[in-house]
Design a protein around this ligand. Structure first.
Ligand code: TXA
Ligand code: MG
Length: 346
């Protein structure tokens, strides 16, 4: 594939003719990147194995890494599963449309490539207007992983998608920057007590307000060796910028001094050092310091684009300080821990 169509759509008031142009590509078995409220997704007809395989090829994604299927209305869940778990209504009534993905047993309609061979399928109903209209006009459930090349941070703007996938997909819908900036919360509700597999904007505290949940062992810190990963995020290194991320824990006594020392050490080794800081007015002698602010919502929204900025500046070492891991901070720290090459605790 050489040419990729760029379709610019107004996120507040999507032009229906442009939505239909993109939907037609999906109907015909092609691939279209589009914005959701979390991150950009790379979509194709979830029920068409051939179309779904194009997603894996475009992203260079391993075939055993399952996709999330996006629907436009609740009843479409019945296409994807014959067995809607009892808790589904209770949870989706509150959080759909929105950044919550649930796992259900897959029906025969869902081809194996879509679920990477798993017997469960991940489903979500996004709230982003463009995403909703695109799924509706496509007339099929739309499989869409994040629209980045495998191993890169998830894209939060059309530019990120263009940087990764131009020439590799049929079309890219440009619908501005995404609101949340982190991928959806993933919850396995096939279990008696649902298991949180990936934290996101909908927090464990939110979910615990309505149901009982357990955290997957990958989220409890008691990481054991995983032979058969339930979730690809546990098997593959994810969310990594090119730079080696060094995570500095708050248990370090004098963090500022430590950061300055590390900058020196690495610069002496001719490395380009970047710093992500949540404190204003900090002056470090790094090659690039980016301020993320203190508000977890803002940190979430900008984190992946900040990672990409460091990449574009050819930063080798990236120093990041830990943030409080309650509420949305839990999802942010999950991504930082996954990105981290090294964690310094004292
Ligand atoms: O916010 C999002 O979820 C975005 C937008 C585009 O909707 N999508 C996204 O997809 O982040 P992706 O492929 O990058 O992440 C999908 C994650 C996997 O890493 C895995 O943890 C989980 O969903 N997943 C999907 N199907 C699964 C299954 N059958 N069993 C276990 N985990 C599954
Ligand atoms: Mg992804």
């Amino acid at each position: 594939m050489s040419k990729t169509k760029i379709i610019k759509i107004n996120p507040k008031n999507p032009q229906i003719n442009k939505i239909r142009q993109a939907a037609l590509i999906i109907k015909n078995g092609g691939t279209v990147a589009f914005p959701t409220e979390t991150v950009y997704g790379l979509g194709a007809n979830a029920l068409n194995a051939k179309a779904v395989k194009k997603i894996f090829k475009a992203k260079k994604r391993p075939a055993d890494n399952p996709l999330i299927v996006h629907i436009n209305k609740y009843d479409d869940l019945r296409i994807l599963t014959d067995k809607i778990p009892p808790l589904t209504k209770k949870i989706t009534r509150k959080y759909w449309p929105g950044p919550l993905t649930i796992l259900v047993k897959k029906s025969k309609n869902v081809p194996d490539p879509t679920t990477g061979g798993q017997k469960t399928v991940a489903v979500r109903m996004p709230s982003n207007k463009i995403a909703r209209l695109l799924i509706k006009e496509s007339g099929v459930p739309v499989a869409a992983p994040s629209a980045n090349l495998f191993g890169k941070p998830s894209p939060t703007s059309a530019k990120h998608v263009i940087d990764d996938l131009y020439g590799r997909v049929d079309a890219i819908v440009d619908g501005g920057t995404t609101d949340i900036g982190l991928e959806s919360t993933v919850l396995d509700i096939t279990k008696k007590v649902p298991i949180l597999l990936r934290p996101g904007k909908i927090t464990k505290e939110n979910l615990r307000g309505i149901i009982k949940i357990k955290l997957d062992q990958s989220l409890t810190g008691k990481r054991t060796k995983i032979s058969k990963p339930r979730s690809p995020g546990m098997k593959y290194k994810h969310y990594t910028p090119n730079a080696r991320v060094i995570l500095l824990k708050n248990s370090i006594k004098n963090v500022d001094q430590r950061i300055s020392e590390l900058v020196q050490i690495y610069q002496n080794k001719k490395k380009r050092v970047g710093i992500v800081t949540t404190q204003k007015n900090k002056k470090y002698k790094s090659n690039l310091t980016l301020f993320l602010g203190k508000d977890p919502k803002k940190i979430a929204k900008n984190l992946f684009s900040v990672f990409r900025k460091f990449d574009s500046q050819k930063i080798d070492i990236l120093l990041i300080q830990e943030i409080a891991d309650n509420d949305l901070g839990f999802a942010i720290m999950n991504r930082l821990n996954k990105a981290a090459y090294q964690v310094i605790t004292k």
